[in-house]
Design a protein around this ligand. Structure first.
Ligand code: IFM
Length: 473
């Protein structure tokens, strides 16, 4: 029996500027934090970088044609701050022209452009002035947002301020796993606050200028479950991960306050950092951060099971990457006594568990507890597997096709349980630069041969095209 999707449900795919564009120093673009970080020895597998990536900057017409061939209704992409405002300074018209050409191409193909302003690639010049730990960056971000709106506001309806601020704060400034590679609890806390404040201020500025836009943010969320719901230590471990990963962002955005239990936990670890962070949070900041939204994007890759008891044979956690050879730290300021449990689920090439029903529960819970009345979108969900290219050039990735089907079905389950989910974007349209992993991990439904830049639609892409055409699973 096939199950239909709601009439207006949007099927799309997602990418991000640094991961696909290449042309890193063309037409006026200058370095972003990722151009700098990829030059740090041991930061990225095989010392790879996004200088060329998928060469999308030059090949975007071909890529939009592929989207059309797949039947995609929407395309989620990000603009590069360093292209639009090199070094965080004056507007670079040549940089904006690229996005005008891309959006025109999408609209000509009847594909809805879904624009993200920050997918982690802040100009390096701003990082050298403090980066996200500096309050001054908030005004720079709002200026940047408005200049992108100047160029595209007449043609783009859906605007996302930030992609996954947990990654651009704690993974980047506390764990040192992502650019700029700092390992400080205070820096992570400050970065998270300034990312959220920039989000809120940008929403206010864009809404004041153009009241009809759809404005939102994309958060990466997890489903943190205690191994034994009757064991207080397990319950507490799950509370702490849910708090540091999900609620640290959901609470200020939807409730206007940081979660007090997590502030208390982090104070136990680093009281000075918490005091300095509290000094940086001004009373009116939370009003801006909790400005009402038109959409919430949720990125879901996996859930996790936590325990307060040591788990022999289980090391690390699914939020760290072992792609790096340089020193890194835990992204969770309060991590002592938290243990991840091996529960026997299948795993991806990133070593992440495959748990589609977790997506259903997450969507229903977040919709009910945080965002009643706010449309939800799955803005990323996808999987890296080690693809095999057949002699005829095809990629028979039945594992990825299965992952896609199962997660689309899980999304539909959430809709049927009352969650207001309006769309799904597969990550990613094409194989690309997977941050600390370089090109070693392939998430695409389109294969990219990085030697020739040839694109090949994988079997998973064909499966997605069939589902989109049928609007049913
Ligand atoms: O590639 C990333 C993307 O940039 C942000 N979300 C997770 C993806 C897979 O790791």
């Amino acid at each position: 029996m096939t199950r239909p999707f709601p009439e207006k449900f949007l099927f799309g795919a997602a990418t991000a500027a640094y991961q696909i564009e290449g042309a890193a120093f063309e037409d006026g673009r200058t370095a972003s934090v990722w151009d700098a970080f990829t030059r740090v020895p041991g930061a990225v597998v095989n010392a790879e970088n996004g200088d060329v990536a998928c060469d999308h900057y030059h090949r975007y017409p071909q890529d939009v044609a592929l989207m059309k061939q797949l039947g995609l209704q929407a395309y989620r992409f990000s603009t590069s701050w360093s292209r639009v405002r090199p070094d965080g300074g004056a507007v670079n018209e040549q940089g904006l022209d690229f996005y005008k050409r891309l959006v025109d191409e999408l609209l000509d193909a009847d594909i809805v452009p879904w624009l993200t302003l920050h997918h982690w690639d802040m100009p390096q010049a701003l990082e050298e002035r403090g980066g996200w730990t500096s309050r001054a960056v908030v005004d720079r971000f709002v200026e940047y947002a408005l200049s992108v709106h100047d160029a595209l506001g007449d043609r783009v309806q859906h605007w996302t301020t930030m992609n996954e601020p947990w990654c651009s704060s704690f993974l980047s400034y506390t764990a040192g796993v992502h650019a700029p590679g700092r390992t400080s609890i205070l820096d992570g806390l400050l970065a998270s606050h300034h990312l959220l404040l920039s989000h809120g201020r940008a929403v206010q500025a864009l809404r004041e200028r153009a009241p009809g836009l759809d404005l939102g943010i994309t958060l990466n969320l997890t489903l943190a479950e205690p191994a034994d719901p009757d064991d207080p230590l397990d319950v507490d471990a799950a509370r702490r991960i849910d708090g540091q990963f999900n609620r640290w962002f959901l609470d200020p955005i939807f409730r206007g306050a940081y979660p007090a239990d997590i502030v208390r936990d982090i104070r136990e670890v680093d009281a000075e950092a918490v005091s300095a962070w509290q000094d940086a949070v001004q009373p009116e900041d939370l009003d801006a951060i909790s400005t009402p939204l038109d959409a919430l994007g949720i990125n879901y890759y996996h859930g996790e099971m936590l325990s307060g008891h040591p788990q022999p044979g289980v090391e690390g956690n699914p939020h760290e990457t072992d792609g790096q050879e340089r020193p890194t730290a835990s992204p969770f300021p309060s991590h002592e006594g938290i243990h991840w449990v091996e529960r026997g689920l299948p795993r991806t090439d990133m070593d992440w568990e495959v748990q589609p029903e977790g997506l259903t529960r997450l969507l229903v819970q977040v919709g009910e507890e945080y965002a009643p009345g706010v449309p939800l979108y799955v803005t990323e969900n996808g999987v890296a597997y080690d693809d095999v290219v057949e002699a005829d050039g095809t990629v028979a990735d039945e594992d990825r096709a299965g992952f896609l089907r199962d997660h689309l079905a899980a999304t539909l389950d959430a809709v049927e349980q009352g969650a207001d989910v309006r769309g799904y974007f597969y990550w990613s349209l094409m194989d690309n630069f997977e941050w600390a992993w370089g090109y070693a991990k392939r998430f695409g439904i389109v294969r990219v041969d990085y030697d020739t830049q040839e694109r090949t639609i994988k079997d998973s892409g064909r499966e997605y095209a069939r589902i989109i055409a049928a609007r049913a699973i």
